[in-house]
Design a protein around this ligand. Structure first.
Ligand code: SF4
Length: 369
């Protein structure tokens, strides 16, 4: 059984590092997932100097480094904290309010809306108390990030209009200009409502309250959902998979020096102009072929770095990838390996849930069932 849900979630940050077996985890925010490669290299420098040498992208397009030392009082040493702040990814307030997804590509670019929402939210003290798992999504009409477990979603109908939806079933047609404020107003209503519940509530869908009565033009129009984008080339760009979400130094150094790349919730990075160099990116460790088993297999941290785990999930994922290279038919759907029933990093679409399989044979039997 997993632990009872705590009043305050455990999502780690610079001001609230999580102590794991291999040291501290510090997570930083990147609303919308678009990030200069120079900032990724800065984070890599921190990971290589003080951590385990890798930078991990989460399923909410945030970034984390792990294996960091901690002071006796549980805080991050000042020298490291200064280096993390120098990335520009730690705002003075609202550090833990950071889950904002955005469609990574397409004709309608919603990143300016993400920036507007992020700027406005940092002016609202109440929202600093939001649950660390609360999530906004900006979907450009393709339905890709609309498949993620958002609390509040904007989906574009055209360049200037869209639908704002709350994950308790209500939705409104709205102009693009008015959407960020409406999405923040809904978040404030969620936060106010969740302070009145008996058991800890992290998401709007868990609330019995009717919210959003001040927003006009309610609609029954559904949000379109398609789901994750496959890795591969998209025109001149490359959507490259990051096995287990872990960027190695070689992978980050392979990225263009002066460019913004875009992280996706599916352990991928969109590299502008990367299509022509797909083979070189593959050699650096990226997944560029949707048939590559790493495009379909993910795992939580597991043993030895997570003491809650019953198995070494990463070794299991590696073994499954090797098995799938011999027999591709064993991977018919995405597969996620978890070391315990918290299922960290589990994908939200249809997938095979491998919960702490005792050995490879057991895992393969579950995949073939
Ligand atoms: S799902 Fe994996 S990483 Fe998460 S707590 Fe369980 S064993 Fe640890």
């Amino acid at each position: 059984m997993s632990d009872p849900r705590p009043l305050i979630d455990r999502c780690p940050g610079l001001t609230r590092p999580f102590r794991a077996s291999d040291g501290a985890i510090v997570r930083v925010r990147k609303p919308g997932g678009r990030i200069p490669t120079a900032v990724l290299r800065h984070l890599l420098g921190i990971a290589e100097r003080w951590g385990d040498g890798r930078v991990q992208v989460t399923t909410r397009t945030n970034l984390q480094v792990r294996g960091l030392p901690l002071e006796a009082d549980g805080s991050v040493p000042e020298e490291i904290a200064d280096a993390v702040r120098a990335t520009g990814l730690v705002p003075p307030t609202h550090e833990l309010v950071r889950n904002v997804l955005c469609s990574p590509m397409g004709a309608i670019d919603l990143q300016p809306m993400v920036a507007e929402l992020d700027e406005e939210l940092q002016e609202i003290p109440l929202l600093e108390q939001l649950a660390g798992r609360f999530m906004w999504a900006f979907d450009n009409g393709t339905g890709d990030v609309a498949g993620e477990p958002w609390d509040v979603c904007y989906q574009a109908l055209d360049e200037d209009h869209g639908i704002v939806a709350l994950d308790n079933g209500r939705a409104w047609e709205i102009s693009r200009a008015d959407a960020p404020s409406a999405m923040l107003a809904l978040a404030q209503e969620v936060q106010m409502a969740r302070t009145e519940t008996e058991r800890p509530v992290w998401h709007s869908r868990e609330l019995a309250y009717r919210l959003g009565d001040d927003i006009p033009d309610q609609t029954d129009r559904p949000i379109r959902v398609t789901g994750p984008l496959p890795v591969g080339t998209y025109g001149e760009d490359l959507l490259a998979g990051v096995p287990l979400g872990l960027f190695t130094g070689e992978m980050i150094r392979a990225l263009p020096v002066l460019a913004d790349v875009t992280l996706t919730p599916w352990r991928q990075v969109l590299i502008p102009g990367g299509a022509q160099d797909a083979e070189a990116y593959a050699a650096a460790g990226y997944v560029v072929d949707p048939a590559d088993p790493w495009a379909s297999i993910s795992a939580c941290t597991g043993l030895p770095n997570c003491v809650k785990s019953a198995i070494d999930t990463v070794s299991m994922a590696n073994a499954l990838v090797e098995a799938a290279r011999q027999d591709p038919s064993i991977i018919r759907r995405p597969v996620h390996v978890s070391g315990c029933d918290r299922r960290c990093g589990e994908p939200h679409g249809e997938h095979v849930d491998l919960l702490a399989p005792a050995d490879l044979a057991t895992a393969l039997a579950e995949l073939r069932a």
